[in-house]
Design a binder for this molecule. Structure first.
Ligand SMILES: [Ca+2]
Ligand SMILES: [Ca+2]
Ligand SMILES: [Ca+2]
Ligand SMILES: [Ca+2]
Length: 497
């Protein structure tokens, strides 16, 4: 339709030009032909949209005939999925349920069909909807079922409230699917949690949970928020971006998942956890239980979405354990550091004999009740001479600061670690009187870093001149990171003079 319309509109204005410029005339005709051909191709590929008009259940009477209809002629979500599965290629399922307010699709008999063929199921299509307004509830069917199981690639699920499923709200078995704009584990405005076992469980690769600001999922109140590779299946290169995990829909209050906000097993690799708010959970905000090559960047972990107040995770901010290695928390570019604050417990825990090469850089870590970074045994793990000890992050020795001068922004200190090795020393400031009771600090504001190399005895002294202002009384701290990415605990606090 759009192409025909544009053809009619453009023809009159081009007539005069055609007389003067035959080349343009032929070019114009060629363009029109191309447009028409494209329109025909589009038409040939056009696929039926299945419009769900009934919240009740009911099987499709004739899957594969291109029509979503039960025996009584209605299109239910169950029938639409059956028809989409039977109709090879990507279909679109939209909604036009009668009435306003919240529409509850309560599954009563069997779980919905597994999605086995690419589809977009768009809850945002429902008219008169304060998105999301369509509930997929497992409260009646009970059992250990998933709300939706995506066993295909290239599908999109968006705009639902998904509650009360014994297993996952959404389980993704396939690759390259997108899950966006859903509220999972609660009804907005309803104080009662209606948890799923897991909000979203990912067992495939290259899937996207969330995305830009309009694509945020709010995943709260479940046993765990998001699990990657939990139970089976190597899962690679999945992205969790821009979601609220453990908070209300505004990101202003806690609505914690009962366990971890995000949990990655040892079968998860190359995951990207970007720009989420992971706060208010009763377990860890994020646990990397053996996961490798994870990038954790730009998140608020323990703070509210505005970054102005406390919504601490109950066990701590991030746990890196079970031989998880080669993970990165933060980064050197704008937007990559995380805000890890207000957690009950440590900011970042690294434990396990072979849990190594976990780089922690440029983050803002503050107001956690225990250490900002804790390697191994709880509490400050003392430096060992020459740093031959192994263990989590090789139990990397931390620097010792000997002076910090507010008027010149000069920080001096020394590091003893492995002989003739290069280390990156990062410097941080925190407001006055915020040093941990242990005397060791956290690091609220990243001031800069300096690359140093130890001598044959493992010693190096350094003097760093920053460009970021700090004043007398502020708390100055530092970390050391070796070339493999083993980051230390924070140093003893040095109060700037
Ligand atoms: Ca049919
Ligand atoms: Ca420790
Ligand atoms: Ca060591
Ligand atoms: Ca050590």
């Amino acid at each position: 339709m759009r192409n025909r319309f544009s053809l009619k509109e453009k023809s009159p204005s081009r007539n005069s030009d055609m007389k003067l410029f035959p080349v343009f005339r032929w070019l114009g005709i060629a363009l029109l032909l191309t447009t028409l051909l494209a329109a025909n191709t589009q038409y040939a590929k056009a696929r039926p949209t299945f419009v769900v008009t009934l919240v009740n259940e009911g099987d499709d009477a004739n899957p594969g005939n291109g029509i979503c209809a039960t025996a009584t002629g209605a299109c239910t979500l169950r029938a639409a999925i059956q028809e989409s599965n039977a109709n090879p290629g990507t279909d679109l399922i939209t909604f036009n349920l009668p009435g306003g307010g919240i529409h509850v699709i309560s599954i009563t008999s069997n779980p919905l069909p597994i999605i086995t063929d690419s589809v977009t199921i768009d809850g945002t299509s429902q008219p008169n909807c304060a998105i999301p307004c369509i509930v997929l509830s497992g409260a009646v069917v009970g059992g250990i079922n998933n709300g939706l199981t995506v066993n295909t690639s290239g599908s999109t699920i968006k705009g639902f409230i998904i509650t009360s499923w014994g297993n996952a709200g959404i389980a993704i078995v396939g690759d390259a699917n997108s899950i966006q704009s859903n509220d999972i584990g609660f009804w907005p405005g309803n104080p009662a949690l209606l948890p799923n076992g897991g909000g979203i469980v990912i067992l495939g690769s290259h899937n996207l949970i969330g995305g830009g600001p309009g694509q945020r999922n709010v995943i709260s109140g479940n046993s765990i928020g998001i699990g990657i590779a939990t139970g089976c299946c190597a899962a690679s290169s999945n992205t969790i971006q821009g979601n609220f995990i453990g908070t209300n829909i505004l990101g202003s209050g806690a609505l914690g998942n009962h366990g971890q906000g995000i949990f990655l097993s040892s079968l998860a690799n190359n995951s990207v956890i970007l720009n989420n708010v992971v706060s208010g959970n009763l377990g860890w905000g994020i646990e990397l239980a053996g996961a490798t090559n994870t990038l954790i960047r730009g998140n608020k972990i323990g703070a509210n979405a505005a970054g102005t107040g406390a919504l601490g995770n109950r066990l701590g901010g991030i746990a890196i354990d079970s031989d998880a290695n080669t993970n990165t928390v933060g980064g050197t570019a704008n937007g990559q550091p995380n805000n890890i604050s207000y957690n009950h417990g440590v900011g970042i825990l690294v434990v396990g004999a072979s849990t190594v090469n976990n780089r922690i850089q440029h983050n803002s870590i503050f107001a956690n009740t225990s250490l900002g970074i804790d390697l191994g045994t709880a509490g400050v793990t003392p430096n060992d001479l020459g740093d031959p000890d192994a263990g989590p992050n090789q139990t990397q020795n931390f620097p010792v600061l000997t002076s910090a001068t507010g008027s010149t922004f000069v920080i001096t200190g020394r590091l003893n670690s492995m002989p003739a090795h290069a280390y990156t020393v990062e410097f941080f400031s925190s407001p006055a009187a915020t040093c941990d009771p242990s005397g060791y600090g956290e690091g609220r504001k990243f001031l800069g870093s300096k690359l140093v190399t130890t001598n044959a005895l493992g010693n190096v002294s350094f003097s760093f001149t920053g460009s970021i202002v700090f004043g007398a009384g502020e708390v100055i701290t530092a970390t050391a990171t070796d070339a493999s990415g083993n980051t230390s605990e924070f140093s003893l606090c040095r109060i700037a003079n």
